[in-house]
Design a protein. Structure first.
Length: 575
């Protein structure tokens, strides 16, 4: 029950079930249990305790399970069962004083069943604890076979603390549940509630529901829209069937895609109409292409998930709805959109990225390898680089390659026509133009200038190079990360730290103390950690980039004169 397994008998005969869990009967906290002499179960519960006997155990009415089973106790037995929770059933109706678990097959229940109803002497399961509920309601299984398909949804049951997953087998399209057996719908029906011609709920392509009564849950399938005596314009196609968008009679309008003659029904859904079409719909429907549709009836349910205030507030996947109520089929890579065409997609298909400007709600869906030329990938979006003149960037504010003849600055935050400053050179390597420090120099921590590099202090043998303050700038072993203390290197990062461009930084909810990252245990400390994290990331990213420059510097030194055709150094005019 409630996805909780209860014990009916304990293996240890000195124990017995207490609210479904085996407990020692010697425990003073155990409600007084009349213990079976030879088995691990109770045969009764003391009338002095607020507990009742159920399946060999004493259940406290204040416990989670006990409160769902019983609402009133008299002399150690339940005198008022909570049948409304549907975890239990009575074989003899409400007058029966005994209750049985829905999943107890030994008591005529359905094995694996969590909730049920007792109808005409038969237990009908409504939800299985695990697996799928069969179409006959009398079985729970691991899969759906034959003419059935599996269907799962999240539901919140009465008294439930959180949603639970409910899975069931349903008849395949074109079939309906006929007393536990899947039977065929009539020829023109795609979905039906029974085999009657008027039992259709969705029609095959080329047919539409007659919808003589809008609120009916089924109708007869008739020929799709044609321009004739009733409809003046068949301007919308949904799942292969044409629907009317303007009626010939100026006082009418399309309701669920069909011109309805019943004035009472028409007036209930359209609040303003003219020239055979509706301009605004009531809150009971949503406006779409000159007609009023309901999101819980077909064909409105095929294109709209939710409606409010006479409009569709959430279109189905593959569709969009314009501000004036026009259905907009989205592009092939677009899941949801405001209109067809580039730049109007609001959600992309899995594996696609939305190319848009920052802050925009819509964009175009592209492949990840198409996010180039001034754009970068951030999450599931392709966003433009913020650096003017940047051709490729790692994030909005750090450029990796500038366009044309421009150089990437020392800090990567600008593109320059030339590299300025003492000891700064312009480097062209593999077609990328960058500003670098000349031999023997490295960028300062703020990367505003080049400063002289120094050897690391004693005891920092895992660091290849340090700055003047003794902070590690690069690791001696490729692939290792500079640790958060900036003095050691290692293959990973310690607790509460994560790598960022080769340097370990404290996570958002952690602070740097005693040479390591520790949890921020107080609100003030957490606030400090959040502030410090931003500052630390900035400083450590600079350190990591400096380490890369050091590597480059060493490579240049080793191979000087060997690959002069690959790299060109351009001395700064101010040097």
């Amino acid at each position: 029950m409630d996805n909780i397994t209860i014990c009916k008998e304990c293996a240890d005969s000195s124990y017995a079930p207490k609210s479904g869990v085996c407990s020692s009967t010697k425990n003073s906290a155990f409600p007084a249990c009349t213990k079976d002499a030879n088995r691990g179960l109770c045969t009764g519960c003391s009338s002095s305790a607020s507990a009742f006997l159920f399946y060999g155990g004493c259940y406290d009415r204040s416990s989670r399970i006990g409160s769902r089973l019983c609402s009133q106790i008299t002399s150690g037995t339940c005198s008022q069962w909570n049948d409304n929770f549907k975890f239990i059933f009575a074989k003899g109706g409400t007058s029966d004083t005994n209750r049985y678990l829905c999943g107890s097959a030994a008591d005529s229940g359905v094995s694996g069943c969590a909730t049920c109803n007792y109808e005409g002497g038969t237990v009908r399961c409504t939800r299985c604890a695990v697996g799928y509920l069969g179409v006959d309601g009398t079985s729970c299984s691991n899969s759906c076979i034959g003419n059935t398909l599996g269907e799962c949804s999240d539901i919140t049951e009465q008294g439930g603390s959180s949603p639970v997953v409910s899975c069931k087998c349903v008849c395949k399209p074109g079939l309906y549940n006929n007393s536990g057996t899947c039977a065929p719908c009539t020829e023109s029906c795609a979905v039906c509630k029974n085999g009657d011609p008027n039992g259709c709920q969705q029609c095959n392509s080329g047919k539409v529901l007659e919808s003589l009564v809008v609120t009916s849950d089924s109708a007869r399938c008739v020929a799709e829209c044609t321009v004739g005596s009733e409809c003046a314009e068949c301007g919308i196609t949904i799942e292969g069937s044409r629907y009317c968008t303007r009626c010939k009679d100026s006082g009418m309008y399309p309701l669920n895609g069909v011109c309805i003659t019943d004035s009472a029904q028409r007036d209930a859904y359209c609040t303003s109409r003219a020239s055979g079409a509706c301009n605004t719909c009531s809150s009971a429907a949503f406006l779409m292409n000159g007609g009023c549709y309901k999101s819980d009836y077909y064909p409105g349910s095929a294109v709209c998930n939710a409606q409010s205030g006479g409009k569709c507030t959430q279109a189905k996947e593959g569709y969009g709805m314009s501000a004036d109520g026009k259905l907009q089929p989205c592009g092939p890579a677009c899941l949801r959109c405001t209109a067809p065409g580039p730049g109007l997609c609001t959600e992309c298909l899995p594996g696609k990225y939305m190319k848009r400007v920052p802050g925009a709600a819509a964009g175009s869906c592209i492949d990840p390898d198409a996010c180039v030329n001034g754009y970068y990938i951030s999450g599931n979006a392709c966003l433009p680089c913020a650096v003017v003149g940047c051709k490729a960037c790692g994030n909005a504010n750090v450029c990796q390659e500038c366009a044309g003849e421009l150089f990437v600055s020392l800090d990567g935050r600008s593109c320059q026509e030339e590299c300025g400053g003492d000891h700064v050179l312009g480097d062209v390597s593999d077609g990328v133009r960058r500003c670098w420090c000349e031999r023997g120099f490295l960028p300062a921590l703020d990367k505003s200038r080049c400063v002289e590099a120094v050897e690391c202090p004693a005891g920092m043998e895992w660091c290849a190079m340090c700055d003047a303050s003794g902070a590690c700038l690069s690791c001696a072993i490729a692939g290792h990360n500079i640790q958060a203390d900036l003095r050691t290197c290692g293959p990973g990062c310690g607790d509460h730290a994560s790598p960022n461009q080769g340097t370990c930084v404290c996570e958002v909810d952690a602070v740097f103390e005693g040479g390591v990252c520790v949890p921020a245990s107080t609100p003030t400390r957490r606030k400090t950690a959040a502030i410090a994290a931003g500052a630390t990331v900035g400083v450590l990213v600079i350190g990591a980039l400096i380490g890369f420059l050091c590597w480059w510097f060493l490579c240049k030194t080793k191979h000087a004169g060997v690959s002069s055709n690959t790299t060109t150094l351009i001395r700064s005019k101010s040097a």
